[in-house]
Design a protein around this ligand. Sequence first.
Ligand code: NAD
Length: 294
Amino acid sequence: MTTIAFIGLGNMGNPMAANLVKAGHNVVGFDLMPENLALAKEHGLTIAEDSQSAVKDADVVITMLPAGKHVLSVYNEIAPWAKKGALFIDSSTIDVESARKAHAIAHENGLASIDAPVSGGTGGAAAGTLTFMAGGSKEAFALAEPVLKPMAGRIVHCGEAGAGQAAKICNNMILGISMIGVAEAFVLGEKLGLSHQALFDVASTSSGQCWSLTTYCPVPGPVPTSPANRDYKPGFAAALMLKDLKLAQEAAQGSGAATPLGAEAAQLYSLFNAQGGGGVDFSGIINFLRGDKS
Ligand code: NAD
């Protein structure tokens, strides 16, 4: 049994921590929101009074926080209190630069660390089938792998510090661009008198095939499990897609990569969010492209 501190028990953190409890670990949790702590208690976590007491006896510390500034502030708060040699795993989606700073804070305090953002959403968090993309040394990854297993469907070591975050934002940039492409094709097909099913039947078995079409189809009907069939209830909210596209743009500017379609996707999701689409599933961008109110 490993003692694990889990900080950030929101939509993702709570079900992830619950799977660690189910796997037989002693999980000590901390969050700023009392209702999230109450839910964590129901899941079998021990609740700490503050982040420092959560980590002081932990072999592993997992953070699942909104953004880079939260991760750095929490790391500065807890790293001096952690057991020497403990492993820090940050699973939040944050910018690559903050991820590297978080590794540096851990190392200055004699701790092992990996960045390990996830894909798979709240459904994957509850089912324990998340994909983890990890960045850090081979030694830290070897320590992290068995800890991540109860929460994971797949765990990929992507490279050194920050590589997990780099993989996450590149993947989600593909996703944002491809969803807009698929949605535009359905809108054009509608104007040309093509049924949704006919376009789906052709594109899903032709060169237009992609995850945004065959798993997450943005029109109701062809893929009954996609959010379009439940009035675009997320799923993966457009606000989170915008967050990830902005992180990709920051990284592109910082590294000098040309990502014109990534920039356009960020712009379109930004307009969709500004029109009130932030809480809608990201596939709901099709309604924005048609000119419908979200
Ligand atoms: P959330 O807002 O539901 O949870 C974040 C939690 O962090 C909140 O409960 C908040 O109270 C807590 N928190 C903030 N500052 C804190 C502090 N200083 N100390 C302790 N707790 C603090 O967000 P979420 O949906 O769980 O997402 C968490 C991370 O996972 C984000 O980086 C997000 O981008 C990423 N992510 C989310 C999804 C998804 O589908 N929701 C999918 C993949 C990745």
